[in-house]
Design a protein around this ligand. Structure first.
Ligand code: URA
Length: 178
């Protein structure tokens, strides 16, 4: 896919975010506070994909603004990147109650939005954070420990899988490999 002019990409993403904000395609719309579309630079060379909003994200309407987000910021800083230089989105745009895993029907209802985000942003590299995002985007059931650190292809783009920052908070020994 050829990348569209920046202004067109911004306009298309703005329209898509608007659509997401009123989405009622799955039951998560009944418990959410705010939808969480994305953050960062839509011209970024690096796009990160997480799982879905937690409590703080649901409050602020922004991805990775809780504890996992703070760690993510440090990980990016360690490779010389500021958070606003990368584009960040999630598999599901609404918080699953109690931070449970998103259910298959919710993932199916939401995945078109993420696919459109990927196709519009056209990053040089996608980084897939954690098991849920990896299984959704790669359509497999492989343990994350087997997938991490390897290159895959998602929508024609090079994609690397790694552990989710929340997993690193639970198990700091995994930090080095990320
Ligand atoms: N915050 C997000 O936006 N996504 C996650 O996967 C975790 C925390």
């Amino acid at each position: 896919l050829a990348r569209r002019p920046a202004a067109e990409v911004v306009a298309a993403l703005t329209a898509l975010a608007e659509k997401v904000s009123g989405c009622r395609e799955c039951k998560l719309c009944t418990t959410r506070n705010l939808t969480v579309f994305a953050s960062g630079d839509s011209q970024a060379r690096l796009m990160l994909v997480g799982e879905g909003p937690g409590a703080e994200e649901d409050k602020q309407g922004l991805p990775f603004v809780g504890a996992a987000g703070e760690l993510l910021n440090k990980i990016l800083a360690a490779i010389g990147l500021a958070r606003d230089e990368v584009y960040v989105a999630n598999i599901v745009k609404c918080r699953p109650p109690g931070n449970r895993d998103p259910e298959p029907d919710e993932v199916v209802a939401c995945r078109g939005f993420l696919e459109r985000q990927i196709d519009l942003v056209q990053p040089r590299v996608l980084v897939v954070l954690g098991r849920i995002a990896a299984h959704t985007l790669l359509g497999n059931d492989t343990p994350i420990s087997k997938m991490r650190g390897k290159w895959y292809e998602i929508r024609g783009l090079p994609a690397m899988v790694t552990f989710h920052p929340a997993a690193l908070l639970r198990n700091p020994a995994l930090k080095r490999s990320v």
